[in-house]
Design a protein around this ligand. Structure first.
Ligand code: PLP
Length: 495
């Protein structure tokens, strides 16, 4: 299967190249030239498989330059004994139609584990094929969840070294502790004086600095990226939508009217994976895109104009506080029938003016495929409370946004098909805000809130979060923005 770039129609690479490289040289994103389709008998076979077998079945199409042995090594390595009960993506049913797809049973209690447990395997196999013997150096700038999930994924993976930078005052206490206590011999964690944009800019500058790249090359190393524009992070996400549909088929058989999917969205990666699953034959009718107060996507879906020139809000669902949804570029490429020239032009508009408007034709396609909705923090908390009252089911703030928009959709359309709601984090990751939806009790610190939430709801505290309370802090170094280059070289031992 060939991969092409969203911005240059002359680019064609293999899956291994797309994954090892991360992004196309001219800035475009890699997408498969053609999508495979699953037949009725494929679904019949998938129904009887476990998650690992389903992942192998689906990923085999996309990684056709991987051998069976390599694919087996990657998928089994990623999903064996890393998720609760070896079930990476179980469903909790609420009432008749709502199927909550719990994507937070991995080591960091957020959905990014599903992709970041697999990516290190895909990346090291890809690097072996495309750059034999070189050590892969992963640089990550994080606002919280991605950094920890990447650290867990890459820890002690042979042939890799990972460095994570987070803004010293820009992550939650729980997220900070998760990263500062990270285990592994190949991991490096730094706080930087500055905000997330400073961390991101610093990482980009190091990535593209010729002198540093040269130094790495002399030491038999090369940079790669673990962020969500890498195809190696998207492909694993398609699997759980296929898997959820198969679980629903196995359970109640009749899904002849199709299903809907609700996704709490930031960078547009998770919902794009659902769209790709639809393209492969999962009968998804509506893709319901749920946003918080940063509702740039809601407006885009409703009007056809993407406009990031607006206030940025810090919300209770921080992983969705995003105004530039990078993976939307892949969706535009689809909607414009693989027209790289037009996509390149729209992206240029976005970086120059902060906005673009799609054609009427594309706008019509978008409203056919998607429903866009948003809600504020107050509505999110109210929904968490109502869902808990009605079903005894506790959801986190991101999932709360999804549930609120799902209700809006039901009210507006009456379309009551069986629906998958992507649940992207454990409520215990955001214990203080989740608790405030249910109770006025207050605690002295983060773990106090974890215990209170447990007392009030009688739900289970995930073991990775419980274990944090007594974890040893290994990393407490803070560096300046312009000191990032030096700490990278020092950590790699090549200064
Ligand atoms: C990253 C994240 C999201 C947003 O996912 P995208 O793929 O960026 O749209 C939603 N919820 C949580 C908990 C996340 O960590």
């Amino acid at each position: 299967m060939a991969y092409i770039s969203t911005r240059d129609s002359s680019v064609r690479v293999t899956a291994a190249q797309a994954i090892a490289q991360g992004i196309s040289a001219e800035g475009g994103l890699f997408v498969p030239e053609k999508f495979p389709t699953l037949t009725a008998s494929d679904f019949e076979a998938l129904k009887g498989m476990d998650y690992i077998e389903r992942a192998q079945f689906v990923l085999r199409f996309f990684l056709d330059d991987f051998t069976e042995v390599e694919l087996d090594y990657c998928v089994k390595g990623a999903y064996t004994n890393t998720f609760d009960e070896n079930r990476p993506a179980p469903i909790a049913r609420l009432g008749e139609k709502a199927n909550v797809l719990e994507l937070w049973h991995g080591p960091t209690c957020a959905f990014k584990d599903l992709a970041l447990q697999l990516l290190p395997y895909l990346l090291t196999v890809s690097a072996k094929k495309t750059a034999a013997g070189k050590k892969t150096v992963i640089l990550v700038a994080t606002s919280g969840d991605t950094g920890k999930a990447a650290l867990e994924g890459f820890k002690d993976v042979p042939g890799t070294e990972i460095l994570v930078f987070y803004p010293s005052d820009g992550v939650s206490p729980m997220q900070k502790l998760q990263m500062a206590s990270q285990k592994g011999e190949n991991v490096h964690v730094f706080a930087i004086h500055g905000n997330f944009d400073d961390a991101q800019t610093g990482v980009k500058q190091i990535f593209t600095n010729d002198e540093i790249k040269q130094l790495l090359a002399e030491n038999n190393m090369q940079f790669s990226s673990a962020n969500s524009i890498n195809w190696g992070r998207l492909a694993p996400q398609i699997v759980y939508y296929v898997s959820a549909y198969c679980d629903m088929l196995a359970e109640n058989g009749d899904l002849s009217d199709g299903i809907n999917v609700v996704v709490p969205t930031g960078n547009f990666g998770n919902i794009l994976a659902a769209y790709y699953a639809k393209k492969m034959g999962v009968p998804i009718c509506k893709l319901i895109c749920a946003s918080n107060a940063n509702n740039v996507l809601t407006d885009f879906i409703r009007t056809g104009t993407y406009d990031r020139n607006r206030p940025f809000y810090t919300t209770y669902s921080p992983s969705m506080d995003i105004l530039i949804s990078s993976n939307l570029e892949r969706m535009l490429f689809e909607l414009y029938g693989n027209d790289a020239e037009t996509v390149a032009k729209l992206q240029a508009d976005l970086s120059m003016n902060g906005k673009y408007t799609v054609s009427n034709d594309v706008c019509a396609k978008i409203s056919g495929l998607f429903y866009g909705g948003c809600c504020d923090d107050a509505q999110t908390l109210k929904t968490i409370d109502e869902v808990f009252e009605k079903y005894g089911y506790l959801c986190d703030t991101h999932t709360g946004v999804a549930m609120a928009v799902y209700e809006q959709y039901l009210k507006e359309t009456g379309d009551n098909r069986p629906t998958v709601i992507a649940s992207t984090a454990s409520p215990y990751k955001f214990a203080k805000n989740v608790l405030s939806a249910l109770s006025d009790d207050a605690a002295a610190d983060e773990f106090g809130y974890v215990r209170l939430l447990h007392d009030v709801t009688a739900t289970e505290i995930p073991s990775p979060i419980a274990a944090l309370e007594n974890a040893t802090v290994r990393f407490n170094e803070t560096c300046e923005k312009d000191g990032m280059r030096d700490v990278v070289l020092k950590s790699l031992g090549i200064e």
